[in-house]
Design a binder for this molecule. Structure first.
Ligand SMILES: [Zn+2]
Ligand SMILES: [Zn+2]
Ligand SMILES: [Zn+2]
Length: 454
């Protein structure tokens, strides 16, 4: 075996990852399952060494690189023909039987960094560019939209009981968690007070001061209904803005992009960028500036008003026949985004921030990102931990059969499945005027006849 060639093969095959992943690259890849080609399972290093010695090594490497370093690439088998859409002429053809592994590789495309760091890095970069273009122009959007009013808003869940928190004041000091000189004792004999200045990685952050008082049922029901609360809030914002525009004889359009993030207490909160556009009556497809009266202050006010009044009741349950009240927490923060100016957040900052959270899942709340089922729930529903109690509450509520309704389309198991699964789409496409769309893909059409193997 040529050791030098083998080392070069290893280095070439391992696509360089961002610094943050270097620490996890080697153990993760070493433990990853290797291709099954009828010769038995091998470690990744052994597989690479064996391939480096083969004559078709370079051909295999170019095919493997197409997966972009994906930790669990999709394998496809079949034929691919590149056909001219206008003439029907076959420009090129490939049968996977002619490739070294008799398959082609595609990246899994998972957005979650905890599942596939390289694909998540790609997703994060794409998301950043998309949001940045929506704020500053580019990628098909006019540069003039950079002056359209924009607001960065954060929507949080209400309190379901006091939890340990770490608040950094405007002067940069860490405030005490929950100091109470005359603190009350809860019915379980616990003092509802905490005078500590928590460190960033304190394990207790997000955990309730009294787990027995914390309303876990209400918390998981709120999580399950957060997407519906968001939908109603957006309707409210658009209706208010339309009414305002009509009163001024103007035509206004509100666009947004949002990401969902799990807080340490296990509740979802949303970060969103809203942009206000005017409408050109002659060319409605164009994105133009709104009338001067419609500035970022007006947009921020409308967002705050809509968020403060949007509320509804969940479906009923034997332990809460009238349902749980679903509304936003008291702190709906909305701030202006400007290209320049001291003290305001810039488009690049906010685009980076949203793109980062687009690749996160439930792991930031200490809950594994994989699917929790009735079979494995007992392992995760540990009553000694905050996360375990949240999971137990999901299954405790979801086990009760009840009628499906418009609020509960999943029917009898909605509470458990919805509350324990991360939101299906972390980023919401912009319904009216997208921040940006990818450019068209030329005239040639790719026709594929493939079978997914994994
Ligand atoms: Zn991947
Ligand atoms: Zn505390
Ligand atoms: Zn208590």
């Amino acid at each position: 075996m040529d050791e030098g060639r083998a080392c070069r093969a290893l280095n070439a095959a391992l696509v360089p990852l961002p610094e943050v992943y270097v620490g996890m690259r080697i153990p993760a890849l070493a433990a990853a399952p290797v291709l099954i080609d009828g010769t038995g399972a091998r470690t990744l290093n052994a597989e690479l060494l064996e391939r480096a010695a083969r004559d078709d090594y370079h051909e295999w490497l170019s095919g493997a690189k197409a997966a972009g370093g994906c930790f669990r690439p999709i394998r496809l088998r079949g034929t691919i023909r590149n056909v001219d859409a206008d003439t029907g002429e076959i420009l090129s053809a490939l049968d996977t039987q002619d490739t070294p592994d008799k398959v082609i590789y595609l990246p899994c495309g998972d957005r979650r960094a905890s599942v596939c760091p390289p694909c998540a890095a790609t997703y994060r970069s794409d998301t950043y560019q998309l949001i940045r273009a929506g704020l500053a122009g580019g990628k098909g959007m006019p540069a003039s939209i950079a002056t359209n009013p924009c607001v960065f808003a954060t929507f949080t869940a209400p309190s379901f009981g006091p939890v340990h928190t770490r608040v950094v004041t405007s002067s940069g000091k860490v405030a005490r968690c929950r100091p109470r000189r005359k603190a009350n004792f809860c019915p379980h004999g616990r003092r509802i007070s905490c005078g500590q200045r928590h460190r960033e990685n304190d394990a207790c952050l997000g955990e309730p001061l009294c787990p027995d008082c914390y309303d876990y049922n209400a918390a998981v029901v709120w999580n399950a209904h957060a997407p519906e609360l968001w939908r109603r809030t957006i309707i409210g914002i658009r209706r208010r803005m339309d009414k305002l525009a009509r009163s001024h004889g103007a035509r206004i359009r509100v666009s947004f992009v949002k990401v969902a993030e799990f807080q340490r207490r296990g509740l979802i909160h949303f970060h969103a960028i809203f942009r206000l556009d005017g409408q050109d009556p002659l060319h409605p497809e164009n994105t133009v500036a709104p009338p001067p009266a419609f500035n970022a202050d007006v947009l921020a006010d409308v967002i705050r008003q809509a968020a403060s009044v949007t509320r509804f009741a969940s479906v009923g349950h034997p332990i809460k026949p009238m349902g749980w009240g679903i509304a936003w927490g008291a702190q709906v923060d909305s701030r202006m985004i400007r290209l320049t100016g001291y003290g305001e957040i810039t488009p690049a900052t906010v685009a980076r921030y949203l793109a980062k959270y687009a690749t996160k899942s439930t792991e930031s709340a200490g809950i594994p990102p994989g699917r929790i089922t009735a079979e494995n729930a007992a392992i995760y529903a540990d009553p000694r931990t905050h996360q375990g109690r949240l999971i137990a509450a999901c299954f405790g509520l979801g086990n009760h059969p009840h009628e499906a309704s418009d609020r509960c389309p999943a029917g009898r198991t909605c509470s458990a499945t919805a509350a324990t699964s991360p939101p299906r789409a972390a980023t919401t496409p912009l319904p009216c005027a997208p921040f940006a769309r990818p450019a068209g893909t030329g005239g040639a059409a790719m026709i594929t006849t493939t079978t997914r193997l994994s």
